[in-house]
Design a protein around this ligand. Sequence first.
Ligand SMILES: [Zn+2]
Length: 212
Amino acid sequence: MEINDQKEHFQENQSEHTEKWRGDDNKALTDIAREFRDFKIEDRLEKMRGLPSKFETREEFERDWAKKSSCPIPTGLEGFTDERATEAANISIEKPYIVPHVNMHERLHQASDLGFKSEQPRALKEGLTEALTEKITGTKYLDEKANPQFYPEATILAEGLLAKAGPGAVEKLYVRNDASELKKALGGDAQYEAMLNEFKKLNKLQENRGLS
Ligand SMILES: [Zn+2]
């Protein structure tokens, strides 16, 4: 299909798309529950079920960003959610093919522990969120030039960390803010601090207070 045909096709079928994304959003919660089943996050998931994601035109999306943030909207941003997860995530539908991926990313931010989100370097939060999104959805956007909004550098670093730490250790930090298993897996406190410093070095990611 040509791009223009795709656009028309999309406009005709927008409500159908929205229906499908709502289904994807439900499935995202089931997938997240399965991914973190060992870490008792049922209460958090229950809250998230009450906050279905908002699938918005670019105009609506940018208007909602302006309501919640005094910063200009970051270039290429496709989704955001408040770190306290008290409101639904906002997802731009401008690029329909990436909507389920973006939604999974925002839903994972919501599932992640609030202490983890407030204490850790932004590159670790974004890198891990995106690496876990890739793992669950099977879609990857690791080209720095084409997809800077998916934090490719931080994601690649986080993929390495997940592989090195083995099953569960990083996940326990992500959803329980408990670094004990990860410290053990990496060889101790010093190695854990060194890992955090690797992420802090990716300082291209400025803090984005409260929204991610
Ligand atoms: Zn994010």
